[in-house]
Design a protein around this ligand. Structure first.
Ligand SMILES: NC(=O)C1=CN([C@@H]2O[C@H](COP(=O)(O)OP(=O)(O)OC[C@H]3O[C@@H](n4cnc5c(N)ncnc54)[C@H](O)[C@@H]3O)[C@@H](O)[C@H]2O)C=CC1
Ligand SMILES: O=C(O)CCC(=O)C(=O)O
Length: 450
């Protein structure tokens, strides 16, 4: 029996079942509007009830992490791994340690990850995980103890061909090292079960840089499609973590002027643009400093604005690279008023639905993170294949591969956006990304049966 569907029917079904999961519903809503017409036009998709099945995670693992900190006190944290969809390959996606982590946040991230991973063209399904543990201000030893306790639970659900976690907010090289060490000790296996590992134990060159660099390679492809370049463009970046700093570094190398960086406490403004050495310093310091941006100000670079976001700063390009829902409708309007003509997401879902509408209605270029920040997971895919071959490729080879993957993601999105463009010929990258990814996943789901 074919399952004809419409947006309201599916969205109502999900919002009744998961009423309190606002981030998950937001991410699903963003995709559903674009894919329901594609679904309804395809008998095989309808026969297999693809849309409803694709919106629901295949498996959600919940566990409690009880651990003893370095002072001997027992601490208890909540943790999850959402294995959303595995038709394209082993579940793949990062781990986030942050007090705001909950099931809704991880379900939205895992859902988006499936679309992102499909866009890379590599054989990876989508997943995401993490914990409400807050590593800020904790000793190195506490972080190690937490990571070990977390992995003692997680290890039974993952594996190099099953589910391969990586880093995300507050999970970088140090945490991946502790997690990997515990997995190896418990399983007596040296396998590519995590990506983002140290170069000495199966890590890949360019993985650390890949998300931020990939974002700039995608931006270059957009510029190219619009007969322009990054040279001389003013760029507003939010965030001051892995993605933001590597995006800033590559943008500067391409001749752009990066005028802001930010964190949850405010933003740093540098009218003449940060130098490459400012950013190199911040890349070294950001995991140990309690506020790398005020430290940068103390070194004479930029002016710090407490409790403010960077969206009212004049720019040509905005790159939100911090966290979800950091850019709202009023911020989108401020960016437009100040001449911004391109917004490309480095973070996952940083723009609210209303902000996205402002960009799209105004006709400026807006690219969702599932396309523009896919460089990180793409390089993770390359780390997995290096691990499977027990090999390690050179940095320049991997950087070239990253550039070519970002170009082909851009081409896939552009092709679908052109195909679905209205009379105004607006290139809707969000629609292009959603549809291009959906077709790949839906075809794989049909092929694998119900
Ligand atoms: N690390 C990776 O490879 C990838 C990360 N992402 C996404 O990029 C974003 C940033 O991740 P990373 O740079 O890896 O994390 P990170 O932990 O290195 O940096 C996060 C940055 O965001 C800032 N931040 C966090 N919450 C904030 C808030 N409420 N308001 C303003 N700033 C806030 C932090 O101060 C920090 O500067 C996240 O949305 C993540 O999901 C996406 C693709 C891959
Ligand atoms: O490298 C990975 O596996 C995941 C990266 C990630 O979490 C993301 O793309 O949001």
């Amino acid at each position: 029996m074919p399952n004809e569907s419409n947006f309201d029917e599916i969205y109502d079904f999900l919002s009744t079942k998961f009423e309190s999961e606002k981030e998950y519903l937001q991410a699903v809503r963003e995709v559903l509007e674009d894919i329901v017409p594609i679904y309804n036009a395809n008998e095989a998709y309808k026969q297999a009830d693809i849309v409803r099945r694709l919106c629901l995670p295949e498996r959600v693992i919940y566990f409690t992490v009880s651990w003893v900190n370095s002072e001997g006190t027992v601490e208890v944290n909540q943790a999850w791994r959402v294995q959303h969809n595995g038709v394209m390959g082993p579940y793949k996606g990062g781990l986030r340690f942050h007090p705001t982590v909950n099931l809704s946040v991880l379900k939205f991230l895992a859902f988006e990850q499936c679309f992102k991973n499909a866009l890379t063209g590599l054989p990876m399904g989508g997943g995401k995980g993490g914990s409400d543990f807050n590593p800020k201000g904790r000793s190195d030893r506490d972080i190690m103890l937490f990571c070990q306790a977390f992995m003692r639970e997680l290890q039974r659900h993952i594996g190099a061909n099953t589910d391969i976690p990586a880093g995300d907010i507050n999970v970088g090289a140090r945490e991946i090292g502790y997690l990997y060490g515990e997995y190896r000790r418990l399983n007596n296996k040296f396998e590519g079960v995590l990506t983002g590992k140290g170069l000495e134990f199966g890590g890949s060159y360019v993985r650390t840089e890949a998300t931020g660099f990939g974002l700039i390679y995608f931006t270059e492809a957009v510029c190219d499609a619009n007969d322009t370049t990054l040279e001389g463009k003013r760029v507003v970046v939010s965030g001051a973590g892995n993605v933001a700093l590597h995006a800033a570094k590559k943008a500067i190398q391409k001749g752009a002027t990066v005028v802001t960086l930010s964190n949850s406490r405010g933003f740093l403004f540098c009218d003449e643009g940060f130098s490459e050495s400012d950013i190199a310093w911040a890349i070294d310091a950001h995991t140990t400093s309690s506020n790398v941006l005020t430290d940068l100000e103390s070194k004479g670079s930029g002016v710090w604005f407490s409790d403010k976001t960077p969206w009212h700063v004049k720019c040509d390009i905005a790159l939100p690279c911090a966290t979800q829902n950091e850019l709202h409708e009023k911020d989108a309007k401020a960016l437009l008023e100040n001449g911004c003509s391109m917004v490309l997401e480095g973070a996952n879902m940083p723009c609210s639905n209303n902000a996205q509408e402002v960009f799209i209605d105004s006709g400026i270029t807006y690219v969702p993170g599932k396309a523009s920040n896919a460089g990180g997971v793409a390089l993770s895919g390359l780390e997995m294949s290096q691990n499977a071959q027990f090999s390690q490729h050179e940095a320049d080879v991997l950087d070239n591969e990253l550039q070519s993957i970002m170009k082909s993601i851009h081409a896939r999105c552009l092709e679908e956006a052109k195909r679905s463009a209205g009379k105004d010929n607006y290139i809707n990258y969000m629609k292009g990304a959603n549809i291009a990814a959906f077709r790949r996943i839906a075809d794989a789901m049909v092929a694998q049966g119900v």
